[in-house]
Design a protein around this ligand. Structure first.
Ligand SMILES: NC(=O)c1ccc[n+]([C@@H]2O[C@H](COP(=O)([O-])OP(=O)(O)OC[C@H]3O[C@@H](n4cnc5c(N)ncnc54)[C@H](OP(=O)(O)O)[C@@H]3O)[C@@H](O)[C@H]2O)c1
Length: 330
């Protein structure tokens, strides 16, 4: 889609809901994208919205999410609230005719995600889960190496994501009402990688340790596949772990360096030699998913081919199965 000015790609007008940590990093990367405007931001506090708008050149600042969803100048809204609000915030935007980029996990369970997808499809609106990892140059390289069968057939994926978080029962990480727990916050990245690389497992083993707020502070997963490949995955708020990923094949290994979900470096181990690929991301790394959304909107495509809605639904289905296995209920 081009604007009336000669051959200029259409300017995409963004809005942001929920002005916390990630919204700041995302807004900084919006400034790096061509023909992209931060049209409006919304917070529960006008003071916070006004300060955020000033910092990131937003045209409007709203003290309610509804007002932002009603702004006719906005094309697409980025949802950056805690997990338990993704469903209601996304539905609000879709019902007001806005395209949506929703932070991960798209919903708290697969029932929510299914309903969000149905709403977007019935309204012919764009919807995508903000799994920025998918658009990183390092992941694109990994995918092309796998397509070329450089490491043969995949026999194992091994990925961990862990950091020591101070126990704060009110924080987003531990508060059940905000969708806390390591599985949904960071375990989603190893699981996403396994899904991207190996597809849907035929069997799942899961083990967790729960906090006094009844969310998981540790979750270990073993996935089995019809091909007989295995995935060994882990998430934890209890200790700092390497946060690396390895794709082992019959002819070699690909390593995604720390932290693998935003890796700038991958190493290919093959035939007793190592090849290192330096693949730096732009800005804070959110630039790439922003470009994907902008391109989809300009091409009037309602779903990203790189991160289709079926992939998000499969991811949510897997997360829900794990939740059931470890007794995690929201
Ligand atoms: N892609 C990534 O790299 C990445 C990294 C970190 C987090 N995330 C995801 O981004 C989302 C937000 O994470 P964050 O770390 O930015 O969280 P955060 O700093 O706590 O910000 C969340 C924002 O949501 C809004 N909010 C609405 N209702 C709320 C409530 N009842 N309690 C607390 N906040 C509420 C608040 O904004 P207002 O006060 O302005 O309304 C708050 O600032 C989560 O889904 C998380 O998984 C993604």
């Amino acid at each position: 889609m081009y604007s009336k000015q000669k051959n200029m790609p259409k300017k995409i007008h963004w809005g942001i809901i929920g002005l916390g940590k990630i919204a700041n990093k995302f807004a900084a990367d919006l400034q790096l994208a061509d023909n992209t405007l931060l049209q409006g931001v919304a917070s529960r506090s006008l003071e916070k919205a006004t300060a955020f708008a000033g910092k990131y050149n937003s045209i409007s600042a709203y003290d309610s999410y509804e007002k932002l969803a009603n702004d006719p100048k906005i094309d697409v809204i980025y949802i950056a609230t805690p997990h338990t609000f993704h469903f209601e915030n996304t539905m609000l935007c879709l019902r007001n005719g806005k395209a949506v980029l929703c932070e991960k996990p798209m919903g708290i369970n697969s029932t929510e995600v299914k309903a969000m997808i149905e709403e977007a499809k019935s309204r012919k609106l764009f919807l995508m889960e903000a799994i920025w990892t998918r658009f990183m140059p390092a992941i694109e390289k990994m995918i092309s190496l796998l397509h070329e069968k450089t490491i043969g057939d995949i026999i194992q994926v091994r990925a961990d994501f862990g950091f020591k978080a101070e126990l704060n029962l009110e924080s987003r990480l531990f508060n059940k009402n905000l969708g806390g727990g390591s599985l949904l916050d960071i375990g989603i990245y190893p699981i996403f990688l396994s899904l991207l690389v190996l597809g849907i497992p035929s069997d799942i083993k899961a083990m967790a340790r729960m906090t006094e707020t009844d969310v998981d502070s540790f979750c270990a997963l073993l996935f089995d596949y019809e091909s007989n490949a295995k995935a060994v995955l882990e998430s934890t708020f209890e200790v700092n772990t390497p946060t690396e990923a390895f794709i082992h094949g019959t002819k070699g290994t690909i390593k995604l360096h720390r932290r693998f979900h935003q890796s700038n470096t991958i190493t290919l181990f093959k035939d007793d030699s190592e090849t290192v690929f330096e693949l730096p991301y732009v800005g804070n790394g959110y630039f790439h998913e922003i470009e994907e959304v902008n391109n989809c909107l300009r091409n009037r495509v309602n779903e990203s081919s790189k991160l289709p809605l079926d992939l998000s639904l499969n991811l949510a289905t897997l997360l829900t199965k794990v939740q059931t296995k470890i007794g995690l209920q929201y």
